[in-house]
Design a protein around this ligand. Structure first.
Ligand code: 5AD
Length: 344
């Protein structure tokens, strides 16, 4: 179904957008089933039945940003802040890495201290020792730090745009300015990183036109991957009393993402399970192709609070079960190794 030529893809995207306008708000029924089935076909044509399995270690929750939707925003004083010790991180990697994990992602609030003192030295060590695709999600930082991470052996940078509409971006206090965020994404792409971005679905007052604009913008950035997170009103944030995103609509956005850019790595995000326990499997059925196992030691997990203190933790067992339920299998190869051959 997916033409490999660029022109074909543009046509495909136009169709996906039209689909989105028609079926964005549908739950169940034939329109949704057919949207997801097309997304699955598009995924299978590029990736087969393989789902990438990534482990994530949340190394710290200090954050200098103040995003209105995020529980880790700097103005949330109710949060106990932590940074893991280096040997704790090492122990996770050496002693409790599930065998299905081919990729590791180091994630933290925007905290250059965690970046320099924890993530950088750990990556320097493990990049030589282990056969793992290494990615990081550490925010907008000095370009020199991106270069150092890359030299240490990291290949993937996850940097969400969150909202593509400049006015909403500013109102919701997203990181820095949208111009600087885009500039950082472009710098990372230019310097050889495999960049994955993403957006939040269902924020207060968000319109379908804004979402389509966001997707247009993301498609212009030469990304390797992209995610959709359902908006969850976060504890300790100004948006706490707002309405959470509708799960079906969010999953329709996952399908549109797959159809609009079939080669992208599209993660099933664990927040989907906060909407409903079927959320994760259904994302894999709607075209997602990466699953994440949470490896943060349980003592600190509750403090890594994007939404709620009580989290839904994806263990290896749950991830493998979801992959099997979606009729797929874990990829034996890291998404970084694989996506070098899937690039357009
Ligand atoms: N709802 C949905 N996604 C959120 N994130 C943070 N807070 C929220 C929220 N309330 C997502 C953002 C961020 C990632 C770490 O978590 O996409 O980049």
């Amino acid at each position: 179904v997916v033409s490999k030529e660029r022109g074909g893809e543009e046509e495909y995207f136009a169709e996906a957008k039209a689909d989105w306008r028609r079926s964005a708000l549908t739950a169940g029924g034939e329109a949704q089933a057919s949207l997801w089935a097309s997304a699955q076909r598009a995924r299978e044509e590029i990736f087969g039945k393989r789902i990438f399995v990534r482990g994530v270690i949340e190394v710290g929750n200090f954050c200098r940003q103040n995003c209105a939707y995020c529980g880790m925003r700097r103005e949330n004083d109710a949060l106990r802040r932590f940074r893991l010790a280096r040997d704790v991180i090492r122990r996770v990697i050496d002693e409790s890495l599930p065998s299905s994990v081919t990729d590791l992602n180091f994630q933290a609030g925007e905290d250059p201290v965690a970046l320099k003192e924890l993530v950088l030295p750990v990556i320097e060590e493990i990049a030589k020792e282990k056969r793992l695709g290494i990615s990081v999600c550490l925010g907008t930082v000095d370009h020199r730090l991106y270069d150092e991470l890359r030299q240490a052996g990291a290949r993937g940078y996850i940097i969400k745009l969150e909202i593509g509409d400049p006015e909403q971006y500013r109102l919701l206090q997203c990181p820095g300015t949208i111009e600087r965020r885009l500039e950082a994404i472009r710098y990372l792409v230019r310097t050889g990183w495999y960049v994955s971005s993403g957006f939040i679905y269902g924020l207060p007052n968000q319109t379908l036109d804004q979402l389509i604009g966001t997707l247009d913008l993301l498609r212009s950035l030469t990304l390797r991957g992209c995610s959709v997170s359902p908006f969850i009103p976060g504890e300790g944030t100004p948006l706490f009393s707002e309405k959470r995103a509708d799960l079906d609509q969010t999953l329709n956005a996952v399908a549109v993402l797959r159809l609009s850019s079939p080669r992208w790595v599209v993660p099933a995000v664990s927040a989907l399970n906060l909407c409903d326990s079927s959320g994760y499997v259904r994302a894999l059925r709607a075209g997602a192709n990466l699953a994440t196992i949470n490896l943060t030691p349980s003592e600190w997990r509750g403090d890594y609070q994007l939404y709620r203190r009580k989290r839904w933790i994806m263990t290896e067992e749950r991830v493998l079960q979801a992959i099997a339920q979606a009729g797929c299998r874990p990829s034996p190869e890291s998404w970084i190794a694989a996506s070098s051959s899937f690039s357009s």
